[in-house]
Design a protein around this ligand. Sequence first.
Ligand code: SF4
Length: 327
Amino acid sequence: MHRTYALSAYTRQNFGQRVQKIPLDAGFSCPNRDGSISRHGCIFCPPNGSGSGLRERGLNIAEQWQFWFDIHNTNNNLNLFTAYLQSYSNTHGPIEKLIRVMGRLKGLPGLTSLSLGTRPDCLDDEKLDLLAAQRDELGLSEVVLELGLQSACDETLTHINRGHNAQSFAEATRAADRRGIKVVGHIIAGLATPSGREGLAELLASVDFINQLPMHGVKFHNLYVCHGTALARLYADGQYVPLTQLEFLTQLSEAIMHLNPTTIVHRLNGNPLKDELIAPDWAANMRAMHNAIRSHFKANDIWQGKKNGAESGPPDWFSPDYKGDIP
Ligand code: SF4
């Protein structure tokens, strides 16, 4: 039984096979780190900003692509790939840089789609038009923006030093959607707040917020504490206590039941690097987390949209083999 509309089902339905993401580091920075907004970053963000490390080893975009392409093509016989510009904020800075980076994607073997991680305040009409044009320029099936909402509560966003508010996320999502760019929003459970931590009510408010937007997909994360972050100092001082695994599973279950059943679920939990994680311990093992989520959903009969339009059972389109239209 398929309990969510998973990315794997969407790709099978739309591409006939798995589409592998290749992480690329094009050397962008983040306005929340380079001083444009702040030099401190979001309180949970480790200093490397989720980089793959290949750029630090001197590999340019084509070489990074080839590194991952060879692994996936040889070992897993995959031939469709997404260029995933993941590190930092990949539309930050002058548009000329974005134009140069787009040019470097041309002709990469197996390139099928483009996905960029960025911030809503790093997108203007010119950059959105440029990205939308890449469907034709690069012959792509789709262009996707991964935007962090994290929380719909502006007080929380201020506390985590996010540097933008929820309205900014909504406006960027609508502007992207008007151009046919798909948006995947990120939401974090258990965010630090001035009084301690967000609870279920705040998480559901964030889900309700994205349910009202033209949202293609969502990534859920659990907040974890990494070395070198402001959150690590709060944790050390006892001012932040991470969710227990059971608290996270309970909150995630409610969030999934409230999520629009047509929104594609790209991720259900965060995935810290082992050497960057301080706490909680349970966040370290990705496979164990996947099993825990699967078991919890099954034991409690959880499915996406159970409390939001899919009350009678998981819709047919949760199956990778579904061939019909999605309402
Ligand atoms: S916007 Fe992203 S890269 Fe920038 S500080 Fe926040 S989490 Fe880190």
